[in-house]
Write a protein that binds this ligand. Structure first.
Ligand code: NDP
Length: 391
């Protein structure tokens, strides 16, 4: 019997939903690059329901208990006396989502001698210390592509809401006002602006594709260049480095993983090279940006706006400066946890567990660490040998 510890976010304050605004989800067969959606043998949940909160249990309980395994589901993840910590001692599998990350530090891994598999129900496994996982022989897997389009849609929403000054205008309506001048004094058209992405992987490329019809100038930088036909199709300008690209941009969107090369990248110096009044959108990972440098840039006007959904730590404390800094459009970490995305990553988690228990290989595109080394998609996206995350 294996112990599976699953750390999920809390149910809604109004209780676990008994009904939803829509019936079902659109049918998707493949992701844009041709990769198949998750293919578990079966699922025990209704697509389009809330699976990522504790009562949703990622739909895993019937399956795991039918095999005689123990499933612990908790939202209590931080601090020495947390439920997560208590169960680590004999956990064989840990599952958590980036939205409510179970920080699996080297120290915690040292206290988890039976741990064999750490699954990210989502994308981005930087909340697991990958170097420590490599050393301990733990397999790390995530559900690649499950929410890439969800995030890309959120990025486009945030770019438009920042440039058009949507959130303050909405607030005037709620407050009973009709203050046109107050609303439009910071409102522009996106058309004609220069927009660039840091990384053009699954999310970054999807953002570029979605923005192309807005008649903007599109830019990107990445470790590997996109195929020439894609550059041509989207009329992309490639820049060899972040530093080369950002001075040209009105809008910057960050879509790279957090790893030693990107940690702290947007510091005071780099932000200082951006155009005055540029917008910075970060749905990748908070630690790619220097928290206080972002706040100061908004206060000085160097940045006209900052939006995103990623924070450090998560949940962000009530006094986190990004809650109250001017001209921000932050949400909690939700872009990759739509009901649509949850259905995909719950199914993907089930697929990974079925592979593990049946002794079948986990798809290469899901693997981050395996056999004591970066593996699969992780070998391409991450860098080992320095603190990968879990900070
Ligand atoms: P991909 O692996 O498809 O793309 C990441 C891209 O980043 C790759 O093209 C990679 O390059 C590139 N890259 C890595 N390091 C650098 C660097 N130093 N400079 C420039 N480019 C770099 O991942 P996704 O697009 O699916 O996701 C990207 C990130 O977004 C995730 O790692 C995660 O942190 C975050 N995310 C956030 C979510 C949310 O809910 N807010 C949900 C999902 C993901 P190459 O492969 O060419 O080496």
């Amino acid at each position: 019997m294996s112990k599976v510890v699953c750390v999920l976010y809390d149910d809604p304050v109004t209780g676990y939903p008994s009904e939803y605004p829509r019936d079902g989800l659109p049918a998707l067969e493949r992701y844009p690059d041709g990769q198949t959606l998750p293919t578990p043998e079966a699922i025990d949940f209704t697509p389009g329901t809330l699976l990522g909160s504790v009562s949703g249990e990622l739909g895993l309980r019937p399956y795991l208990e039918s095999l005689g395994h123990e499933l612990i589901v908790t939202s209590d993840k931080d601090g020495e006396n947390s439920e997560f910590d208590k169960h680590l001692a004999d956990a064989e599998i840990v599952i958590s989502q980036p939205f409510w990350p179970a920080y699996l530090t080297a120290e915690r891994i040292a206290r988890a001698p039976k741990l064999k598999l750490a699954v990210t129900a989502g994308i981005g496994s930087d909340h697991y210390d990958l170097d420590a996982a490599i050393e301990a022989g733990i397999t790390v897997a995530e559900v690649t592509f499950c929410n890439s389009i969800s995030v890309a849609e959120h990025v486009v929403m945030m770019i438009l809401s920042q440039v058009r000054n949507y959130l303050p205008s909405y607030k005037w309506v709620i407050d009973g006002g009709w203050n046109i001048a107050d609303c439009v004094q910071r409102s522009y058209d996106l058309e004609g602006m220069h927009v660039g992405t840091i990384a053009a992987g699954r999310i970054g490329l999807a953002v570029l594709r979605r923005l192309a019809p807005f008649d903007v100038h599109l830019h990107y930088t990445d470790k590997h260049r996109l195929p020439a036909e894609v550059e041509k199709e989207l009329n992309l300008t490639f820049h060899p480095s972040v530093q080369d690209m950002v001075p040209h941009l009105d809008v910057v969107t960050i879509n790279a993983p957090l790893h030693p090369e990107t940690r702290g990248l947007f510091n005071e110096e780099l932000i200082g090279t951006m155009k005055r009044g540029a917008y910075l959108i970060n749905t990748a990972r908070a630690l790619i940006c220097d928290r206080d440098a972002v706040k100061r840039a908004l206060e000085s006007g160097q940045l006209a706006g900052y939006a995103g959904d990623v924070w450090f730590p998560q949940p962000a404390p009530a006094d986190h400066p990004w809650r109250t800094m001017p001209h921000h459009g932050m949400t909690p970490h939700i872009s990759g946890s739509t009901l649509s995305a949850q259905t995909r990553y719950a199914a993907g988690t089930r697929e990974i567990l079925e592979c593990y228990f049946n002794g079948n290989p986990i798809r290469d595109e899901y693997l981050i660490v395996d056999g004591g080394a970066l593996a699969g998609v992780g070998a391409r996206s991450y860098t080992a040998t320095a603190k990968s995350g879990a900070a």
